[in-house]
Design a protein around this ligand. Structure first.
Ligand code: IMP
Ligand code: MG
Length: 182
């Protein structure tokens, strides 16, 4: 891999203003679709917290929040296929209109697993919003109810997304050089 201490050299895939504009559109759509209800946003840690923080500030209705901690990548860019829950939900989702907030949908394994776990707790409804979607990488047919951007098969960092805990702080989405996301 290239020198990882110089993220300024990584290609910008989505600028901070492009992301901000799209997050606002998603929030408007969600506010309209959930009108009259109080959705329960479940953020998937760690990658989704920055997206979720921006998303909720643009909703025009009340929403409650919780977080689920999961590890789907043991390290680096390779999916293990195994999903481990590292932090369970604090509140019951029974009867709630649950909107799962993800940073990125890649192979689909993580959400496929989460959907099974969450639906067993009998929410009133269960939907997914993801900021990024690598549809060409899907190994399991899951789709997002709300999607920010379709992106190509590259490994991205920034706006909450990391590579080994690095680069979450970047305000834009950049392509990490020389990472084959197999
Ligand atoms: P999936 O189970 O393959 O759909 O992977 C979903 C998870 O993998 C995401 O929530 C991310 O945490 C991680 N992931 C997948 N692609 C990327 C990427 O390009 N950058 C950073 N994390 C990624
Ligand atoms: Mg994630």
């Amino acid at each position: 891999m290239d020198d990882v201490s110089t993220p300024a050299s990584f290609e910008v895939l989505l600028s901070a203003s492009q992301v901000a504009a799209r997050v606002r559109e998603l929030a408007d759509q969600i506010s309209s679709d959930y009108r009259g209800t109080t959705p329960h946003l479940v953020g998937v840690l760690m990658g989704a917290w920055i997206f979720m923080a921006d998303l909720i500030r643009h909703l025009s209705l009340e929403a409650t929040v919780d977080f689920l901690g999961i590890q789907s990548y043991l390290s680096g860019a390779t999916s293990s296929g195994e999903v481990k829950i590292t932090k369970d939900l604090d509140a019951s989702i029974a009867g709630r209109d649950v909107l799962v907030v993800e940073d990125i949908l890649d192979t689909g394994r993580t959400y496929h697993y989460l959907r099974g776990v969450l639906s067993a707790h009998q929410p009133h409804s269960l939907k997914l919003v993801t900021l990024l979607d690598k549809a060409s990488r899907r190994a399991i047919p899951v789709h997002a109810d709300y999607g920010g951007f379709q992106i190509p098969d590259v490994f991205v960092v920034g706006y909450g997304l990391d590579y080994n805990q690095q680069f979450r702080r970047l305000p834009e989405v950049r392509v990490l050089p020389n990472i084959a996301s197999t």
